[in-house]
Design a protein around this ligand. Structure first.
Ligand SMILES: Nc1ncnc2c1ncn2[C@@H]1O[C@H](COP(=O)(O)OP(=O)(O)OP(=O)(O)O)[C@@H](O)[C@H]1O
Ligand code: SF4
Length: 260
């Protein structure tokens, strides 16, 4: 708890289902905030499949300790973006999957309390996808560290089938306020002329946000250049920056003052 006190904003990124782009959005958001001159931390507690080290080509890095705690791995010389992942502690990718609930919960608690984030302005936490009882206990753990709230990442399809309503109920159950909703993979940006075409019915996320009184933080289109770069294993710091994510980051900074 002590160490998180030096962090100004703690933001939990979550999704009710896997594969909606939660980790991609968390990474892009961290980079966009860093571009805005903020000191950012990215904490990956996705025990089911920690993907953040891979996205920054940091796999196999060992964690160093100082008298104040574990030191995050900084991705830049200026130390403006620090990354900490459960993946750094695992011998292989399958290890976490066999852990039982209490061990996972204890590990997450330690992660939250033992990392020396220094004077980080935004700590983005990438959480495991899902809304099961185990996820509730992870979120209850997170709640004791007083996060500003959660950003819910969803897709137009998830909005259509009511998944987002379930996710909102999940947040209410865990007692973590919702900062807002981001609709990912909303439309498709043509790599030739950057025109955005809506493949699925668009605007559902925004309408739902209005209806439920939750802030809509923006939509992020499917970006083929980004997915190609990720597939090629390009380091996240060298990914082309997405204008839509920059807008979300600006909105997040703008709502700083009235964060729940
Ligand atoms: N806006 C986007 N444009 C193009 N590709 C995207 C976009 N968002 C995510 N992707 C791709 O979709 C896939 C799933 O993304 P990601 O791993 O971030 O999802 P996730 O919700 O974190 O999944 P998990 O359940 O494994 O944690 C990745 O291959 C990623 O490159
Ligand atoms: S959006 Fe424009 S450039 Fe892209 S395929 Fe369609 S017409 Fe061609």
């Amino acid at each position: 708890m002590e160490r998180l006190k030096s962090v100004q904003h703690v933001i939990v990124v979550l999704s009710g289902k896997g594969g909606v782009g939660k980790s991609t959005v968390a990474v892009q958001l961290a980079l966009a905030l860093m571009d805005r001159g903020k000191k950012v931390g990215l904490l990956d507690v996705d025990l089911c499949g920690p993907s953040i080290p891979k996205m920054f080509n940091l796999e196999g890095r060992s964690i160093h300790q100082c008298s104040e705690g574990w030191l995050p791995v900084y991705v830049d010389k200026e130390q403006r973006l620090g990354v900490m992942s459960i993946g750094f502690l695992l011998e292989n990718d399958d290890e976490a999957i066999i852990w039982r609930g209490p061990k996972k919960t204890a590990m997450i608690r330690q992660f939250l309390s033992d990392v020396h984030w220094q004077d980080t302005e935004y700590l983005i936490i990438d959480t495991p996808p899902g809304t099961s009882d185990e996820h509730i206990s992870v979120m209850e753990n997170l709640r004791s560290f007083n996060p500003d709230g959660a950003i819910l990442v969803t897709t137009p399809q998830a909005v259509a089938v009511g998944d987002v309503r379930r996710e909102l109920t999940f947040c209410r159950k865990t007692g973590i306020p919702v900062i807002g909703i981001i609709e990912n993979m909303s439309g498709y940006v043509c790599p030739h002329c950057t025109e955005c075409t809506n493949i699925f019915s668009q605007g559902g996320g925004e309408a739902l946000a209005k209806e439920t009184g939750v802030r809509f933080l923006g939509s992020i289109p499917i970006d083929t250049q980004l997915s190609q770069e990720l597939q090629d294993g390009k380091n996240a710091t060298e990914l082309h920056s997405m204008a839509s994510v920059r807008e979300v980051a600006n909105r997040l900074i703008a709502v700083d003052k009235d964060l729940p």
